[in-house]
Ligand binder design. Structure first.
Ligand code: SAH
Ligand code: SF4
Ligand code: F3S
Length: 459
């Protein structure tokens, strides 16, 4: 854990920035990537609030713009760097603007040097390990004309950072950081560091505070939540943590992401017996072929995966199921790809996030032979998406006639008299309602399916 002295030092820097006459007055955080990054951005915003800055409506007008980046696939990285470079042009009309880049991309090997050489206009850059040091790093940046670039190994947990939440009705709660799985294609273990779990008591305390502040839904976060507890006294399991959280009265609890290899019966039982744990599961399969799964270092077979799905459905009928799939892993043949197609047909997911394999420097897979040509990959992913969309239309029909509770996120894009949000099964629902319903949980009867969304009538 980051020491109390270190956190206090950061508080002093926060105070020092507050009283700087030339401090930036407004900020804008641009976020890429997963929920982890989204939550980190909420912490960044929280720290900047504490320094006396205000959130700007648009990035072009902010005095301090910070990009929280992702590097899980090459296009994520390219998009982030493209937008950072575009801001350099914007700054020509606003020379006092400070540009910062942080997050996973900065943690990649060689990136610090690249920022120092090719991105001279970036004022401040730091990796995921240094998030809590933002006050100190910003103070340094404001008081020197030099580029400030800081990257360290991520292996600690910083407790007590302020959080500026994006939503009042729903909140993220991190239960573990990092990842030790080293799936052969994945950069995350390299940029997010070793797996480390937060103490049960700290998590429960945070959850209680969130409930008291009126939060209706908590999303537990971790790269692999169901391996929670490693290294903690008594090795508490994710299932036991979930059970305790279920007992404190949060209306809705969900979590992300789970690894199929660690999905045990204990967890399924706790979910089935829970009062507030939503009947939904995101269970990335990646591939339906055993040989590819082995090369991916996923530690389960197609049959074991299907077995877990069966068990989940036995215990929680109608559970909402979603997944992640990678097509064109090095060496993937048409037959092996067909195994993924048939698995998708067999499972019938409510939604699937599909990706073309993207080589990441430093990972095992990046050194494997058999890179699949772009045309083949594009064609494969199109077939997979078409299949999933067809199946989804059918799969979602099982909800018709059922009652569903919806946490309303906003007005529907189509009508001012309709609202949309997520049901208990993690599927989007559009129903009758008005602006006043945003942030409420509403009951409805499902009447139909339209473009991967359920249509509901308020009860
Ligand atoms: N920890 C989570 C999320 C990892 S990143 C998990 O294990 O599920 C989210 C998804 O991105 C992964 O599930 C995978 O499908 C995809 N992904 C990761 N690395 C990738 C790569 N190099 N190329 C293509 N897709 C990738
Ligand atoms: Fe990446 Fe695998 Fe860890 Fe997920 S479990 S973050 S895919 S290494
Ligand atoms: Fe991207 Fe980092 Fe998340 S690489 S997917 S933002 S953990």
């Amino acid at each position: 854990m980051v020491t109390r002295e270190e956190m206090e030092k950061q508080e002093q820097y926060t105070e020092m920035i507050r009283s700087l006459p030339h401090k930036p007055r407004s900020y804008y955080v641009v976020t890429y990537g997963c929920q982890m990054n989204a939550h980190d951005s909420e912490k960044i915003a929280g720290m900047l609030d504490d320094m006396g800055m205000e959130a700007a409506d648009v990035r072009e007008e902010a005095d301090f713009v910070i990009f929280n980046t992702c590097c899980v696939r090459e296009n994520a990285e390219r998009r982030a760097l493209g937008n950072v470079t575009w801001l350099k042009e914007v700054r020509k009309n606003k020379p006092e603007m400070i540009i910062a880049v942080c997050g996973c991309m900065i943690q990649e090997p060689g990136m610090a040097e690249k920022i120092l050489k090719q991105y001279r206009f970036v004022d401040l850059a730091f990796g995921t390990a240094n998030l809590h040091k933002l006050p100190e790093l910003l103070y340094e940046t404001l008081n020197s004309r030099e580029q400030c670039v800081r990257v360290e190994e991520a292996d600690l947990i910083a407790e007590g950072l302020p959080v500026h939440r994006l939503r009042q009705d729903a909140a993220y709660l991190t239960i573990m950081y990092g990842c030790d799985n080293f799936c052969s294609y994945c950069i995350v273990p390299y940029v997010r560091g070793r797996e480390r779990s937060r103490d049960v008591s700290v998590i429960l305390h945070e959850a209680e505070n969130l409930v008291q502040s009126g939060v209706k839904e908590i999303m537990l976060l971790g790269q692999n939540v169901n391996s929670y507890g490693k290294g903690l006294p008594g090795n508490p399991s994710f299932a036991s943590l979930l059970k305790q959280l279920d007992g404190i009265g949060i209306p809705r609890i969900r979590f992300m992401t789970s690894h199929p290899k660690d999905l045990n019966d204990e967890l399924i039982e706790v979910m089935a017996g829970g009062k507030h744990i939503l009947p939904q599961f995101h269970l990335p399969v990646q591939s339906g072929n055993d040989e590819i799964l082995k090369k991916m270092n996923r530690h389960y077979t197609r049959e074991q995966y299907l077995n877990r799905v069966r068990k989940l459905r036995e215990a929680i009928p109608d559970i909402g199921l979603s997944t992640d799939i990678i097509v064109s892993f090095p060496g993937e043949t048409e037959e092996q790809f067909q195994d993924t197609m048939s698995l998708v047909r067999e499972v019938r997911y409510d939604s699937a996030f599909t990706f073309i394999y993207s080589p990441r420097t430093g990972t095992k897979a990046a050194k494997m032979e058999g890179l699949i040509p772009d045309e083949v990959s594009t064609e494969r992913i199109q077939r997979l998406i078409a299949l999933q969309e067809n199946l989804q239309q059918e799969t979602l029909k099982r909800f018709i006639g059922m009652q569903e509770e919806v946490l309303v996120e906003g007005l529907s894009r189509r009508s001012k008299l309709a609202v949309s949000g997520k049901g208990r099964h993690a599927v989007s629902v559009t129903m009758d309602g008005t602006e006043a319903d945003i942030g409420r949980i509403l009951s409805c009867r499902i009447t139909g399916v339209k473009n991967n969304t359920l249509m509901g009538e308020r009860i």
